[in-house]
Ligand binder design. Sequence first.
Ligand code: NDP
Length: 263
Amino acid sequence: MKLFAIFGDPVAHSRSPLMHNYVFSKLGFEGCYTRIHLQDGTKLKETFFALGLSGANVTVPHKEAAFLACDEVRGFAKEIGVVNTLINEEGRLIGYNTDADGFMFAIQEFSALKKVLILGAGGTAKALFRRFLQEGIEVEVLNRSEGNLAYFKEFHTPCHTWESFTLSSYDLVVNTTSAGLKDEHLPAPKEMIENILANTRYGADAIYGKVTPFLALACEKNIPAKDGADMLLGQGVLANDYFTHHSFDQARIQEVMAQSFLL
Ligand code: NDP
């Protein structure tokens, strides 16, 4: 029996154990997936190996710590410095990122995206940002504080704090902040979010499992918007594919994992 886990703080809300355990049981893979509340990200690697894990996911706020903890980082995660999936490969910690592709899977129904505003500048924002650039989509970033914007500025992307923000028009605005996750905060002052929503065709929130104040406001303004559930599904399918060493068809994993959302 192989053991897997999700590390995060908070982590109690995570649906990943349900999703992965459901797939393991339905596809006959001998695996068990649990959740670990980890406050100190520097303890990630030693905790992973002390528990004898075969693989793990990493959620807020440890994805950048996970990147630093890895012996080797592969693929897109290497470009962005953000890891959300860990694999134990013969005692070496290998890191991947499945969030960005999970998000692209989630927004397939949003057509002709030319310009996106990302709210937030953390790990998820970086992943989506680099993926949007790969797709040739123009991006602006709005964050409550200056510090995390440094990464985006290196790409000569228009970056704003709440104080320096100037409104434009967007095809999509994505909330990647954790505002609304454990609280009822909007990702920026209300008037600013109202103006942004009045100038976008679509909205999306990375948070899932609740109607965040951001989603509620988008809904009130009749903006087609979706929560992070499909992103969760998309990243989960790709992570499960790594956990099960590509033993199953990805479409089959997706089909079964989607059923776990109905439980
Ligand atoms: P990080 O901790 O890396 O970044 C958090 C960001 O949110 C920072 O930019 C921070 O701003 C901003 N922020 C935090 N609190 C507030 C607030 N009250 N008001 C405005 N801005 C705020 O987090 P992650 O990028 O890892 O995750 C972000 C969110 O995305 C989480 O809610 C997570 O659950 C969700 N997520 C969902 C996924 C899914 O599959 N659906 C996958 C990945 C993430 P500052 O720089 O000023 O600190």
